[in-house]
Design a protein around this ligand. Structure first.
Ligand code: 9MR
Length: 586
């Protein structure tokens, strides 16, 4: 898909908020402003004005103009500019059901249980349980770099949790950030007396149990993460100076459970022919558990105290184990699953210390957080403590925990809020440099750029909470506009949303077009998005050097570096969708 064959008026295909500011982008070479005109269904002109010529836009490779309409009442409209015309919708709550659809992603990627027809939007989305009894032992044999692993003499029951993405791996590092994001959406809602997922709001088996559905969905993964922790007294091999060595591993957390070799596509989870194995523990995975179990201990305290106690014990044990083994770094050496390798875990230490401090108020965790290079008071910390969030960069998550923790001195909470607000302000400034108004400057977009954008939108949402400044909320809406069609490919990157939704994600079950019976994705799944930095699949490779940065994308099942879906990208979509419309789905 190249930009040239797309209509030149790019807008949010799912609709704009009544009374809100409306932003569109027009691809046009003209240097002078163009007249635009909005008419309603009866042909009456409801608004008109002149475009703002933006000029050359590096990220899209186009020359563009921007249209800004200050407010319209709910209704169906069309906009005409430069001899072209396009319909659009204005509604009181255009995003009302986005949060529900985005959260449904998680139920439908649960491992260990059947996905029931009564909880999904179409019968073809139901499927048999994948890996229903996942009682597994450690990888043994030679890895891809020639190291020989001895295996271990225990098994862990790690049934459940969510599949990570298009593959059937379950990775603690990515599970951690995804759980954190959902639970943070809950905690943020509670601070503001909002409950976007009050019991029964989501279509999940737990609905009706009296517990918020966001917590139920997150707990499904948390139970899995807890199960990945190695029992006291157990021994397993880790990499020491490039060679496997058996150590006392109690308290550490396995990095992942995954297939021995990559499986074919499509592949229903229930039909996976590969052996499932535990891969060596890592410091990063251990700290991910410490952080989210620490968060769990705080959030579940008044929901399920016994679970909160269990989380706290696991978090303390994980934190201590990570401190004792700070150098267990996952790298890329096994077939059959992604690496999630990370050679810098100071941010994970800061995040875990911050969560445990926020939860317990204890001096030892405070001291560790304060001693971190990510601590806001540390020389040069600023950027990293509030910088872009990803599975491997979690410094800002620690700062978010500190920003609202009642256990902390107000001056420190304020410093955290101010630093996050400053980051958000910089994102808005970057948005000014983009013809398509996304709050992300430059022309380099990484694997999962849409997820990264949603993480920025979350920071913008928090800045709005802290300051009440409307510009921050507008930045969140601009981000959603971009995802839902205001982009050079005229593409909605969310399945089931907009006129031209993503339909062919890299996913082993949502594999429509691969043969009879494979379903299209349910509504609400977010494509990884444009990627012009690591175009590694067979669809992306030939596009290298031939696509403008924001056009390096294809709606193709094999395009895993462009069009995969993943828990860590859908989670901030849930957060953001609940932010823009926190009220119950009508
Ligand atoms: O999201 C990950 C991205 O940051 C990495 O560049 C990429 C390559 O290592 O891997 C991505 O994560 C994938 C994981 O390794 C396996 N499951 C699917 C994930 C999404 O593509």
């Amino acid at each position: 898909a190249q930009a040239a064959d797309r209509p030149a008026i790019r807008l949010n295909q799912a609709g704009y908020e009544a009374g809100g500011r409306i932003g569109m982008t027009i691809a046009a070479d003209d240097a002078a402003p163009l007249r635009w005109r909005v008419t309603d269904g009866a042909g009456t002109v409801r608004a008109e004005g002149l475009t703002r010529p933006f000029g050359a836009d590096a990220a899209s490779g186009e020359r563009v103009h921007q249209v800004r309409i200050d407010a319209l009442q709910a209704g169906d409209y069309s906009v005409a500019v430069d001899g072209r015309r396009r319909a659009f919708r204005v509604a009181p709550r255009p995003f009302a059901t986005l949060k529900r659809d985005a959260l449904a992603y998680f139920y439908q990627n649960r491992a260990g249980v059947p996905i029931l027809a009564r909880h999904v939007e179409r019968p073809d989305l139901a499927r048999a349980a994948g890996h229903p009894e996942e009682v597994v032992t450690c990888f043994s044999g030679r890895d891809q770099r020639g190291a020989d692993w001895p295996g271990c003499d225990y098994r862990l029951n790690v049934t459940g949790g969510w599949y990570d993405a298009g593959d059937h791996g379950k990775y603690v590092v990515n599970g951690g950030i995804a759980v954190w994001t959902l639970v943070d959406a809950y905690e943020r809602g509670r601070r503001r007396n909002l409950a976007p997922f009050a019991d029964g709001a989501a279509d999940i088996p737990e609905a009706g149990d009296g517990v918020d559905d966001l917590l139920n969905e997150a707990r499904y993964e948390l139970e899995f993460l807890l199960a990945m922790q190695i029992p006291d007294g157990a021994r397993t091999a880790v990499l020491v100076d490039g060679a496997p060595r058996v150590i006392d591993a109690g308290g550490l957390v396995h990095h992942k459970v995954a297939d021995r070799a990559w499986t074919a596509l499509p592949m229903a989870p229930a039909d996976d022919p590969q052996p499932r194995l535990l891969y060596p523990p890592s410091t990063a995975a251990t700290l991910n558990l410490a952080a989210v179990a620490g968060q769990c201990a705080r959030v579940w305290r008044d929901v399920d105290p016994a679970f909160a106690d269990r989380c706290l014990a696991a978090a303390r044990r994980a934190y201590a184990a990570a401190k004792a083994r700070p150098g267990l770094l996952a790298d890329n050496r096994f077939d059959g699953s992604g690496a999630y390798g990370d050679d810098q875990v100071a941010d994970e230490f800061y995040w875990a210390a911050a969560e445990l401090w926020a939860t317990t108020g204890e001096a030892a965790y405070a001291a560790d957080a304060r001693a971190s290079a990510y601590w806001l008071g540390a020389p040069g910390a600023g950027a990293s403590s509030t910088g872009d969030i990803s599975w491997g960069q979690v410094g800002a998550l620690g700062t978010i925990a500190l920003a609202s923790a009642p256990a902390l001195p107000e001056a420190e909470r304020r410093a955290a809020r101010d630093a996050l607000t400053a980051a958000a302000r910089a994102y808005l400034a970057e948005g000014e440099t983009q013809g398509y108004a996304l709050p992300r400057g430059g022309d380099r977009f990484e694997w999962g750029s849409n997820g990264a954008l949603m993480n920025r939108a979350m920071i913008l949402g928090l800045a709005h909470d802290f300051t009440g400044e409307p510009a921050f909320r507008q930045g969140v809406v601009d981000s959603l506009d971009y995802l839902l069609g205001r982009n050079p490919l005229d593409q909605s990157y969310v399945s089931g949303w907009g006129e031209r939704p993503m339909r062919h994600p890299h996913h082993r079950f949502w594999a429509a077009g691969s043969g009879p019976g494979w379903p299209e994705p349910p509504a609400g799944a977010l494509s990884g998005g444009p990627n012009n930095t690591a175009m590694s699949d067979e669809i992306a490779r030939p596009m290298r050097g031939h696509c403008a940065p924001l056009a390096c994308w294809a709606d193709h099942i094999d395009a895993y570096s462009l069009n995969e879906v993943a828990i860590n990208w859908n989670a901030p979509l849930v957060w953001v969708a609940a932010f823009v419309d926190p009220d119950p789905v009508p």
